[in-house]
Design a protein around this ligand. Structure first.
Ligand SMILES: CC(C)(COP(=O)([O-])OP(=O)([O-])OC[C@H]1O[C@@H](n2cnc3c(N)ncnc32)[C@H](O)[C@@H]1OP(=O)([O-])[O-])[C@@H](O)C(=O)NCCC(=O)NCCSC(=O)C[C@@](C)(O)CC(=O)[O-]
Ligand SMILES: NC(=O)C1=CN([C@@H]2O[C@H](COP(=O)(O)OP(=O)(O)OC[C@H]3O[C@@H](n4cnc5c(N)ncnc54)[C@H](OP(=O)(O)O)[C@@H]3O)[C@@H](O)[C@H]2O)C=CC1
Length: 550
């Protein structure tokens, strides 16, 4: 296949830079102002400062500000404080865990939490936390998020919302199994069963009950709404009560298990792919040629061709169920870990159909329509691991902690989280697919995903990043001293900050002052000047780049 990667010389030039030493000598307040004004990039802090703890502290201050722009200013402040970075209150943690999250506890496992964003989803900006040990994942998703926000944001639709549980009943005969099915599926009897189900929860409401039979086995697939909970305990409790009503009518039925695998929980299955489980969401973004070429550094033709060959045909050849994507599971798992979801449910939650299509609108020649359709995202904002302090802080960062409060209806927080999961997957898909088209995958991972032994070159990559770029093997931006590859490979590199001229048009945040596309919405944080003025000396208003929309 032709590699339509843009030649490195066609790419935007790297911006002018501070030297690392000059940045390290600045005060924290001065660096923070430089971050806000776009003179220093947040993801370059470690390299520029040579002090990773200081980098994390400064980045947290920035994320607090960015999250404040996306929602409640004070909430964002407490969110980031709730996510520990230097010390950890293990006694409170063990108290919280006991009786709800883990048994036989012997410790805890620190996992790095990175952040992606601001990413615009349905007109609102989000800072999305990702917990992962796969270097390059956050960088990649961040690139996709940037492309999405530059395009005005992702739009999402929720096409289904119901958790399922399918107990297995063993009937004395084939006929009894058929009779059970007919009885349960009769609307009058469904009402009886639903009443018993609903008596167990203020939020769990039975939506449907479909029976599959196999010989004398009957599988009753209950589907219910679960408010803001992911809902597995809730539905299992409801099903237990509902079955009492069923068994009263069919006393010879034997309940073999509350779960008969037709649910299907934590295992691959076609039923979830076809019928949905949890939240069914589609997220879409329309990207212009400029964004495809300058942010993703590829072309529409290359993306469309690869998506067809890899995500559609390749997955079909592999006999995939719901795996018509590049790496949805990467982003789903990372968001799940950060926000306290049941990570085993990433099996079905990661089912995803990625579409990258040419835009037939003549006004968007060279652009693409990108979407992910995910029928089975199982998430909650109450229950399970969501109430542990660090995970709750990550939900706070999204403004989605706990039960949705008035005037929102119960379930709004959980469904919004599912929409953000889908949009984040869209970001990850766009960036990885772009990297595949340009041959950047391995190089990015050698740079960001493998620490070299002291003094040794990276396996699989010879020479420094700049040398590799000069040889045309890697894109200039990856090889730029402002990014990881040069550093890992021993490139001397200096820290750079963009000049007004060097900032690409359409840059969303951290752009040089006074660049703003007039037709794009303004961040809600524009209305939070008091909060901002407490946190930065950068002027609030149009002159403050961080307050600007795309
Ligand atoms: C690494 C990039 C993004 C470089 O890509 P690039 O375009 O050269 O990066 P750039 O330096 O020009 O920066 C562009 C933007 O990317 C983001 N970005 C860039 N660097 C950072 C960073 N350090 N930290 C945070 N964000 C970063 C950031 O938004 C930045 O904008 P800026 O803020 O600079 O204006 C690209 O090469 C890439 O996306 N590679 C793909 C890596 C990837 O997606 N890995 C995921 C795992 S793959 C896997 O596990 C599954 C697999 C592969 O087996 C599945 C399959 O396909 O079968
Ligand atoms: N039992 C099982 O088979 C399985 C369990 N799990 C585990 O289940 C746990 C999650 O179960 P889940 O049912 O989601 O959570 P919980 O068991 O914590 O139940 C949710 C609780 O929150 C209450 N609640 C308060 N406000 C709301 C609201 N707005 N919306 C919904 N509920 C609200 C519910 O009230 P009310 O009492 O009125 O319903 C209920 O008591 C996870 O730990 C997961 O790992 C995972 C897979 C299988």
């Amino acid at each position: 296949m032709a590699q339509p990667a843009l030649a490195s010389e066609e790419r935007k030039p790297a911006p002018a830079a501070h030297t690392d030493a000059s940045v390290a000598a600045m005060t924290d307040d001065a660096i923070f102002d430089a971050l806000v004004s776009g003179k220093i990039k947040s993801h370059n802090l470690e390299k520029a400062l040579g002090d990773r703890s200081r980098a994390v502290t400064l980045r947290r201050r920035l994320v607090e500000l960015q999250a404040a722009m996306a929602g409640s200013a004070e909430l964002a402040g407490s969110a980031i404080k709730g996510l520990p970075h230097s010390d950890f209150n293990s006694a409170a943690f063990y108290d919280a865990v006991d009786g709800s999250n883990c048994e036989n506890v012997i410790g805890y496992l620190p996992l790095p939490v990175g952040v992606v964003g601001p990413m615009r989803v349905d007109g609102k900006d989000y800072m999305v936390p990702l917990a992962t040990t796969e270097g390059a994942l956050v960088a990649s998703t961040n690139r996709g998020a940037r492309a999405i926000s530059m395009a005005g944001g992702a739009r999402t639709v929720l096409t289904g919302d119901g958790m399922t549980r399918a107990p297995l009943l063993r009937m004395p005969s084939l006929e009894a199994a058929a009779e059970l099915k007919a009885w349960v599926e009769n609307p009058e009897n469904f009402k009886l069963v639903a009443e018993a189900f609903s008596s167990t929860s203020r939020f769990g409401r039975l939506q449907s009950l479909v029976v599959s039979t196999a010989g004398r086995n009957a599988y009753l697939r209950f589907k219910c709404s679960t408010g803001d909970a992911m809902g597995m305990n809730m539905i299992t409790k409801g099903v237990n009560a509902a079955l009492a009503a069923v068994v009263e009518r069919f006393p010879t039925a034997r309940i073999l298990s509350l779960s008969g695998n037709v649910c299907t929980d934590k295992k691959p299955s076609a039923i979830n792919w076809v019928d949905g489980r949890g939240k069914s969401v589609t997220a879409e973004v329309v990207l212009s040629r400029d964004i495809v070429e300058n942010t993703l550094k590829t072309t529409a033709d290359a993306l469309v061709e690869l998506n067809t060959g890899k995500n559609l045909i390749g997955s079909a050849v592999a006999g995939s169920i719901g795996g018509f994507n590049a790496h949805a599971a990467n982003i789903v798992s990372a968001v799940f870990l950060a926000t306290g979801q049941d990570v085993a449910q990433n099996v079905e939650s990661s089912m995803c159909l990625t579409l990258l299509e040419h835009d037939d609108d003549p006004a968007n020649e060279g652009g693409i329509i990108a979407s992910v359709t995910m029928p089975s995202i199982e998430v909650g904002t109450v229950g399970g691991g969501t109430s542990l302090s660090s995970q709750a802080a990550c939900l706070d960062l999204l403004g989605l902690r706990g039960a949705a409060a008035e005037p929102l209806t119960p379930g709004s927080n959980a469904s919004q989280l599912a929409r953000i999961v889908a949009a984040s997957v869209l970001a990850g898909e766009l960036s990885l697919m772009a990297a595949h088209t340009t041959g950047d995958l391995l190089r990015a991972h050698m740079a960001l995903n493998r620490k070299p032994a002291a003094g040794s070159a990276q396996p699989g990559v010879t020479g420094g990043g700049a040398a590799a770029a000069a040889a045309g093997r890697i894109p200039a931006r990856v090889a730029s001293p402002t990014h990881g590859l040069a550093a890992v490979q021993g490139g001397a590199g200096s820290f750079r900050h963009p000049t007004a001229a060097a900032v690409p048009p359409g840059r969303r945040y951290f752009a040089a002052a006074n660049h703003r596309a007039a037709d794009k919405p303004v961040s809600p944080a524009r209305e939070a000047p008091a909060f901002l003025s407490r946190h930065t000396t950068t002027p609030v208003g149009d002159a403050c780049p961080i307050l600007r929309g795309v």
